[in-house]
Design a protein around this ligand. Structure first.
Ligand code: PA5
Length: 469
């Protein structure tokens, strides 16, 4: 079970820069606000944009798991490569699951030592990156998993158009056997393409937005193809959801997380939130968290129509690596951050540092385990931050397995919905992303968006402020 140790967010540890523990205890304003939000969320769960909270419950769970497993069975052993095409919420969760739960050397392992195909997730239109992956994934040996709820996303659409063309040239009429699409079950451009080409499809369920979709077929299909225990993920999420339904703030991990981060921002100006896993495999989980926290809460306008400029800046760092890169700033730079360490109890393997080097200054390392060293470094950084009065907390992950990763995902999704209420913003829209999308359409000549090209050129017209021209 994941735990959160938040002692270092209190004034007892970090003085002025922490919260008075009485403000979080029974009968406090924060405790009754959290209880009321928990009750509101209990009513709205499963409706509107909060359908994601039913992904680990029946009937959605069985429907998705059986759909995913049927396609995994059909495609397993047939392909050397699985290439995921998607972006944002249609890619970050896939990358995070794979990197958390499979070895970092997965693609380098011989097939007999892998529980599935090599996996490449293409979440950009960088031509060098795209070409490099295409060069090592011949279409005849590759299954393409295109993920787009809308089908309108330019990056994913462009990638898919190239892949379709390549496939048609390489395998002709068998092209459709190389595609599994995940999209809206009923509407949208991708749905139309899938119906016409008779691709195998899985749904992005209605009411499940991109950044809340990792535990839907969006994340589950590529995970299951690569041998990840998807039932374990869903079990973990369900267990965390039960804990996060407790009206008692001190027993509800998501409510406490949201309360700490919102209160430290509002009262102490800590608007930057650094996630620092002490585990390489969880580093890309921090990328998933960054999208969830940034896109959901960064809003100009509240649900009441007031201008609020809400939100926090999520930052990622890796322990112990970034102790040698970022910690100088974190301890002596602006005191405007909260640090969230992810600490692992037991790694899958451990490595013992051998004895016998015979150098006095390094004797302390002899016979120690790498886990002990890594966790000592985390403890030492925690201490150093407390000494500099920098609020921080530790999310303790007993082991990195599907159950605990599922818990972690549900924890942050529910904390995000809690924080949306605390800030008074809609956590499910992303109005500010639209301008960039429309301007791109205009610049690329999409019908109906002609005016945007002029707007962009006028707005960014020659300034003369260019060094080196
Ligand atoms: O969280 C979101 O809603 C976004 O990040 C989307 O997932 C992203 O823009 C991709 O959208 P789509 O799945 O429609 O291609």
């Amino acid at each position: 079970m994941l735990t959160i140790d938040y002692a270092n967010c209190t004034s007892e540890r970090v003085g002025y820069h922490g919260l008075d523990p009485a403000r979080l205890g029974p009968g406090s304003e924060a405790a009754s606000a959290a209880a009321s939000i928990t009750a509101t969320l209990a009513k709205s769960r499963g409706t509107g944009w909060e359908r994601w909270r039913e992904l680990w419950n029946e009937p959605m769970r069985a429907e998705h798991v059986s759909g995913v497993n049927a396609l995994v069975k059909e495609h397993s052993g047939r392909f050397e490569n699985l290439v995921v095409l998607g972006i944002g919420g249609s890619a970050l969760g896939n990358i995070a699951l794979h990197s958390a739960l499979n070895p970092p050397t997965w693609n380098l392992l011989p097939a007999k030592h892998r529980k599935g195909p090599r996996l490449f997730v293409l979440d950009n239109v960088d031509p060098d990156n795209f070409r490099a992956v295409m060069d090592v994934c011949p279409p005849k040996d590759t299954l393409y998993n295109v993920i787009s709820k809308s089908g309108e996303t330019a990056e994913t659409a462009a990638q898919f158009m190239i892949v379709r063309d390549m496939l048609a040239k390489a395998v002709g009429k068998k092209a459709s056997e190389h595609v599994v699409a995940i999209t809206d079950p009923a509407k949208g451009t991708m749905r139309q393409i899938c119906d016409e080409a008779e691709y195998a499809t899985l749904p992005v369920p209605e009411g499940v937005g991109g950044r809340f979709s990792v535990l839907s077929p969006v994340g589950l299909f590529s995970a299951a193809m690569c041998g990840i225990d998807i039932e374990g993920l869903l079990d973990g999420a369900k267990a965390m959801d039960a804990r996060c339904s407790d009206p008692d703030l001190t027993k509800n991990p998501a409510a406490m997380l949201a309360t700490l981060l919102c209160e430290l921002a509002a009262r102490k100006g800590k608007t930057n939130h650094v996630m620092m896993p002490y585990a390489n495999s969880l580093y890309l989980m921090a990328d998933w968290y960054r999208q969830l926290w940034a896109e959901s809460l960064g809003k100009k306008t509240s649900v009441d129509g007031e201008t609020v400029y809400a939100g926090f800046t999520p930052i990622k760092a890796l322990g112990a690596t970034d102790q040698h890169s970022q910690v100088q700033l974190y301890r002596e730079g602006p005191n405007d951050k909260v640090f969230m360490f992810l600490e692992v109890g037991a790694f899958e393997s451990d490595v013992t540092i051998p004895k016998g080097l015979g150098v006095e200054n390094l004797e302390y390392l002899e016979g120690a385990s790498m886990t002990a060293l890594l966790n000592a470094e985390k403890r030492a950084t925690e201490y150093a931050l407390v000494e500099s009065q920098r609020p921080n907390m530790t999310i303790h992950v007993p082991r990195i397995d599907a159950q605990h990763v599922g818990e972690f995902i549900a924890l942050w999704e529910i904390a995000t919905s809690q924080a949306g209420h605390m800030l008074g913003v809609d956590a499910y829209d992303q109005p500010a992303v639209e301008t960039g999308k429309k301007a791109t359409f205009g610049l690329m000549g999409r019908k109906g968006f002609e005016g945007w090209k002029g707007k962009v050129e006028e707005g960014l017209g020659g300034t003369g402020y260019v060094v080196g021209e």
